[in-house]
Write a protein that binds this ligand. Structure first.
Ligand SMILES: Nc1ncnc2c1ncn2[C@@H]1O[C@H](COP(=O)(O)OP(=O)(O)OP(=O)(O)O)[C@@H](O)[C@H]1O
Ligand SMILES: [Mg+2]
Length: 243
């Protein structure tokens, strides 16, 4: 197994609260991995920490073969790890094209890992944003904003992409469009880590699923096995859960 991202003994504390408590997780290269768990279990904290926004108080973070725990977020992006935000953060006055341009410029078009996806238009088209290419972000709908989050992350040319609840608030139809985008990103060779509360999305997309509970790993394995695990049902899914 080739590892895309591995955290070991990772601890993140907010005052007295340990959002992650000596947590060790491994995400395999080339897979779509699901990261699930109850509200407050530490999923977004993990994303914020591996992407360099929060400093862990203990533990290691490795992206492929490199220890990145002491790097700044801009250095981590350049090394190939990109993330989306659970709450989209885009300046309302910028257009879709401009939002995609910023990371393209920052990372460098010539170093782009994703082959043909090295200009604003092709990234927008890939994310079904062609029709709103010149619109200002303040005028976009929630589904457009969620796909723009993905587009902006893709513009970083990632090897590993972390998606923090990109389906939240989407209709069935918009979720299907997003699912298609994620599948195509994966087919382009990107390892994907997807955080999601909708289990039909997890079971449709993910080859491997990890469950966090109170900042610790509760279960890990193939989607079908994890979602039918009685411990996971007890802690998160509910006893009557059916896919
Ligand atoms: N910046 C912060 N300051 C203080 N506490 C925080 C901060 N960020 C997260 N927490 C706390 O850390 C714990 C984990 O939060 P986190 O956002 O990682 O959960 P989550 O698994 O992403 O939840 P959700 O499914 O609701 O998004 C929670 O108790 C939360 O209140
Ligand atoms: Mg979260």
């Amino acid at each position: 197994m080739t590892v895309a991202l591995r955290v070991e003994q990772l601890t993140v504390a907010f005052g007295g609260l340990k959002a992650l408590d000596k947590t060790s997780l491994t995400f395999e290269q080339g897979k779509i991995c699901g990261l699930i768990g109850p509200n407050g279990s530490g999923k977004s904290t993990l994303v914020n920490t591996v992407s360099g926004q929060i400093r862990p108080s203990a533990g290691t973070i490795r992206l492929q073969d490199t220890e990145i725990g002491a790097l700044r977020s801009d250095q981590i992006v350049r090394m190939g790890l990109a993330r989306t935000y659970q709450i989209p953060r885009v300046p309302p006055q910028l257009t879709v094209q401009e939002v995609i341009r910023v990371p393209l410029h920052f990372v460098g078009r010539e170093q782009h890992l994703l082959g043909t996806l090295h200009d604003e238009r092709s990234i927008a088209r890939f994310c079904a944003l062609d029709a709103v290419f010149d619109r200002r972000c303040g005028e976009l709908t929630v589904p457009d904003l969620r796909r723009l989050e993905v587009a902006r992350a893709l513009a970083c040319g990632p090897a590993v992409l972390l998606l923090d609840e990109v389906m939240a608030g989407l209709s069935r139809q918009d979720a299907a469009v997003m699912t298609d985008v994620i599948r195509r990103v994966h087919e382009a060779g990107v390892t994907i880590i997807i955080i999601e509360h909708v289990m039909s999305v997890i079971s449709a997309l993910c080859q491997h699923v990890l469950v966090l509970n109170q900042g610790a790993l509760l279960a890990s394995g193939e989607a079908r096995d994890v979602l039918s695990d009685p411990i996971v049902r007890e802690a998160y899914l509910g006893k009557g859960f059916k896919l």
